[in-house]
Design a protein around this ligand. Structure first.
Ligand SMILES: Nc1ncnc2c1ncn2[C@@H]1O[C@H](COP(=O)(O)OP(=O)(O)OP(=O)(O)O)[C@@H](O)[C@H]1O
Length: 502
């Protein structure tokens, strides 16, 4: 057994009113993939921010390559060979790939004299990561999320990183891109670089992880267990403190596809995005839309919602033709969209959880004075309890919640609103395993109460498990439609990949 590369002992970090880390221990060995797991709000991000020098711990020791260290600033940590890749990558879209890789090095362009040298060094790093097709001179903003992630990793390697921390790297990737990411991780770990890997997708841990550390409520409940020695069920019960069955809610026993559809989309097209998209959704039905990132799924949802104007085609809700490109009309008619970019598009970060959740429903409470305020609080708190939003205090400012809990707050908003048609874009991204099952049940309950649900998700098992019917979108076109029970995961992957094979 090799000497630990990193040891964190008894780390404590408090924020006003919250002990985010309460005596946390972590040890990482060279060349291993160490998975850091825990429910939303368990303290994962806080721990890696302490490690990266972005937060100063209140107590505890960090031992790096056998020596006590303290990092006053992220650049300090990076200088020691400890790099962190956050979900919201700290890259600059307007700069070239090479400039991004060497951003922040002591001299601009990594100390290289000419652009040619900078580009050559960048190309060597990209090739080392198995991605020579990413050209150093290309503008970063034109890359896919996967390409940006590779650039971030090249940047870490340019600092000679011995440990790379990755915060939910797969959340923005498709299945095939996740495969690529894993290849890159295996490549760098075989060279002795260690990776700390955070994910809510537990099946990934089996595939890529060597050991796991589990946090619960700011405490280490399991430290450095070998992945081969624990079952997923055991990991889940360590994370949540309970046994969770991985079953999706039952589908209705009687067919819902009879009668008039609640939502009818006909021949919807937007140049360069998608073409000739048609589908019906009946009351009580969950329609799943799946396909690769960039296939046009989110664009279709946003156009149905009126946030984008179609070039052709119509959207009809409950027999009423929607005005193209009008969100106001859509909302008034009873449509709700829970967007993919929740933080940017949906949250008022400086406001409380209660206000953020009831934002779309204010009319219901506004005219009832004090009674209204009380009802508002009760309704919101019931939902946030169902979704296990933590801390369970509706008066907290949303900015101070963990990423996953912020997502739950936006979801709760649309669940509260009682829409006729609910459009959900990647509803479980960043949401922990415990809350996922609650969320699936809530969505099914909504459907059972007569709502028509359209859900976009990159996670194929989720679409197959929750939806009644599935549309597969490829390059902006619907290439397949069938009941979810008639498809396997392999069928869907074949359909989305056709024509995309490497
Ligand atoms: N700046 C802050 N001010 C106040 N509280 C905070 C702050 N940052 C984090 N917290 C709290 O610390 C706790 C741990 O949050 P953290 O972001 O580390 O969780 P996480 O495990 O990364 O969750 P997720 O899976 O949702 O990303 C939460 O209760 C959160 O509300």
């Amino acid at each position: 057994m090799s000497r630990p590369l990193l040891e964190m002992h008894g780390i404590v970090k408090e924020f006003p009113g919250v002990r985010a880390l309460d005596n946390v221990d972590l040890d990482v060995r060279p060349g291993e993939v160490h998975c850091l797991l825990g429910q939303n709000g368990a303290g994962k991000s806080t721990l890696i921010k302490v490690l990266a020098g972005a937060h100063t711990p209140d107590e505890g020791r960090i031992v790096w390559q056998g020596e006590d260290v303290s990092f006053a600033h992220p650049i300090d940590a990076l200088g020691h060979g400890l790099a962190t890749i956050y979900q919201e990558l700290d890259l600059v879209d307007g700069l070239s790939v090479a400039d991004n890789i060497f951003l922040g090095h002591e001299h601009s362009r990594g100390g290289f004299v000419s652009r040619g040298e900078t580009n050559k060094a960048a190309a060597a790093l990209l090739a080392r990561l198995g991605h020579p097709e990413i050209k150093p001179g290309r503008e970063l903003g034109s890359l896919t999320p996967a390409g940006k992630q590779i650039t971030s990793m090249a940047r870490a390697l340019s600092y000679n990183a011995q440990l790379i921390v990755m915060d939910e790297p797969s959340a923005v990737l498709d299945g095939d891109e996740v495969g690529n990411l894993f290849r890159v991780i295996k490549e760098i770990t075989s060279e002795g670089v260690a990776v700390v890997y955070i994910s809510h997708r537990l099946e990934e841990i089996r595939e890529i992880g060597d050991r796991v550390t589990v946090l619960k409520d700011g405490r280490t409940v399991a430290q450095g267990l070998a992945v081969a020695d624990v079952t997923t069920r055991e990991v889940v019960s360590l994370m949540t403190g309970r046994d969770i069955e991985f079953v999706f809610p039952d589908r209705p026993t009687t067919a819902v596809e009879t009668g008039a559809p609640l939502l009818r989309v006909e021949g919807l097209s937007r140049k360069g995005e998608f073409a000739d998209v048609s589908f019906d959704v009946h009351p009580g039905e969950i329609l799943g839309l799946t396909g690769l990132v960039g296939a046009g799924r989110s664009e279709i949802l946003e156009t149905v919602y009126g946030a984008r104007t179609p070039d052709e085609g119509t959207v009809t809700l409950d027999g009423q033709r929607m005005r193209p490109g009008s969100v106001t009309a859509a909302v008034k008619a009873g449509m709700g969209l829970c967007p993919e970019e929740r933080k940017a598009q949906a949250l008022v970060l400086g406001d409380t959880v209660i206000r953020n959740v009831s934002l779309a429903t204010l009319g219901r409470y506004a005219n009832a004075g004090l009674i209204g305020a009380e009802a508002e609080r009760e309704d919101v708190e019931k939902l946030t309890r169902d979704l296990d939003v933590r801390p369970a205090d509706g008066r907290r400012v949303v900015r101070t919640l963990s990423g996953g809990n912020q997502q739950k707050a936006v979801l709760a908003r649309w669940l509260l609103r009682e829409c006729k048609v609910l459009l959900l874009d990647e509803p479980t991204r960043g949401v922990d395993v415990g809350a996922r099952s609650e969320l699936y049940q809530l969505v099914r309950d909504l459907a059972d109460s007569g709502v028509a649900v359209v859900m976009v998700s990159s996670e194929v098992p989720e679409v197959l498990g929750l939806a009644d019917r599935v549309l597969v979108v490829r390059d902006g076109r619907v290439v397949h439609e069938s009941p979810a029970t008639e498809l396997t995961e392999a069928d869907v992957l074949d359909l989305v990949m056709e024509g995309h094979a490497a």
